[in-house]
Design a protein around this ligand. Structure first.
Ligand code: CA2
Length: 149
């Protein structure tokens, strides 16, 4: 593996629209800006990140499987697949890497169908409700977790 700690960050469906639509729910920060901050924060800690986005469930699963052998942990916002995807949960369990689930919004304050996550049970923990900071906190948590291993 390239770096001492390499984290794959996965963004699910529609997150490529961040900062362009529904700013009242998802804010005005773009995905590119979030990825820049993650890259800089990882670098400052002597780690590396690879940020990937897909609107396709199968592609996200391919990225999760590809993380095995190149990454030490996964940070994932599965988007709406959070609430539907047994397949993504299975993939996360299958690769055996520590994963941290991220959400921009606080799912517990939203519609009832968003309160259930299929993927959270395959992750070490979940950080939700802090907007883009959810990602930064998740990266910190992943690095902290690896530090303690
Ligand atoms: O709060 C989160 O991070 C979510 O994962 C975001 C998903 C939503 O389906 C989950 O329930 C919670 C939606 C991402 C869509 O992002 C957009 C951003 C701008 C405009 C439209 C959609």
């Amino acid at each position: 593996m390239a770096a001492a700690r390499h984290i794959v960050v996965l963004h699910g469906p529609n997150l490529n629209l961040l900062g362009t639509r529904e700013p009242e729910i998802y804010g005005t920060t773009t995905l590119a800006e979030i990825n820049q901050v993650l890259t800089a924060r990882a670098e400052a800690s002597g780690a590396t990140v690879e940020c990937l986005q897909s609107n396709s469930e199968g592609e996200l699963i391919d990225h999760i499987q590809a993380a095995r052998g190149k990454a030490h942990a996964i940070v994932i916002n599965p988007g709406a697949y959070t609430h539907t995807s047994v397949a993504i949960a299975d993939a996360l369990r299958g690769v055996g890497l520590p994963a941290i689930e991220v959400h921009l919004s606080n799912l517990q304050k939203r519609e009832p169908y968003r309160r259930r996550s299929y993927t959270a049970a395959a992750c070490v923990g979940t950080i939700a409700g802090f907007g883009p900071r959810s990602y930064y906190l998740a990266l910190d948590a992943a690095l902290d977790l690896l530090e303690g291993q």
